[in-house]
Design a protein around this ligand. Sequence first.
Ligand SMILES: [Zn+2]
Length: 324
Amino acid sequence: MWTSSIPVPESEHFTIHQLAEGVFAAIATPLGAAYSNAGIIDLGDRTLVFDTFDTPAAARDLRTAAESLTGRMVTYVVISHVHSDHWMGNQVFPSSTIILSTHKIRAGMPEWGDEMLEHQQDPSEYKDYVRESEDRLAVEKDPSWQTTLKRSIRRARYQLQSLPELELRYPDQTFEGNLVFHGSQRWVELRAFGQGHSESDLVLLLPEQGIAFIGDLGFFSTQPFLPYGQLGAWKKHLLFFEASDFKTFVPGHGTIGTKADLALQRRYFEVLEQQVAAVIQAGGSAQDALKIELPAPFDAWLAGGMGRLEANVNYLYTKLSEEA
Ligand SMILES: [Zn+2]
């Protein structure tokens, strides 16, 4: 791994990992306000940030980190997909920073943004959620669920804190296909993959360094979230990267990984599909499907996201029932 003498900025919300000269991943800490991962690329003459986290508080530290690592203001912010946990920090960047996404990502953003404005008007749903989760944590005996609940409560508390200051900022420029930034030191490609984890997934590629920032196409050592995507297309995207020359993958959630992590994530999809299909074949209900127990190593992935397994099982039960 490339190392340098640049002092690494510290934040309670993320840790900075240098992947190559001028290429940094910002990986969310389990109890911070980032919730998702981001990237910082020094093009040599311009600075590019990939995704802006779940809250303005975490994004402020990201902006500071990007400015101190590259010695200049952020020129571009790129948004990987429509889910609000990847762009609620947009507002902390100055109007001189150009925010980019695909046409489709931007078109879908108001639906997510309006929901956040509704919470801003009436935060009772978050407050109820925190109260109910704390009640559950008080009686929960399973250590894995305790961890999940603690993280989930922290996230909801951070979101509650951020609501009063929240201002929606949408991309200034949109595109489809691909877009290449030719910097004075290095170049990066943005590539729209279409449907996968979401309706439109955008990745950032550094072919010369073998590094790919793949947004939520990647969930490493944590449960992926299926219901908003198109599973068949998603698997194809993972296979594309497994067959590629890329070596280092920065996922939207979880730790920095390799092709082995992509393969393991595909295995998670297969295992869950097989388990839900078996329940359907045996005439079981959606309730029965929720009793599924994930085998190792996927059982340890539960701590990453509250409610993701339940949502995935319900999604697959409906999808596979319709296909049967
Ligand atoms: Zn997502």
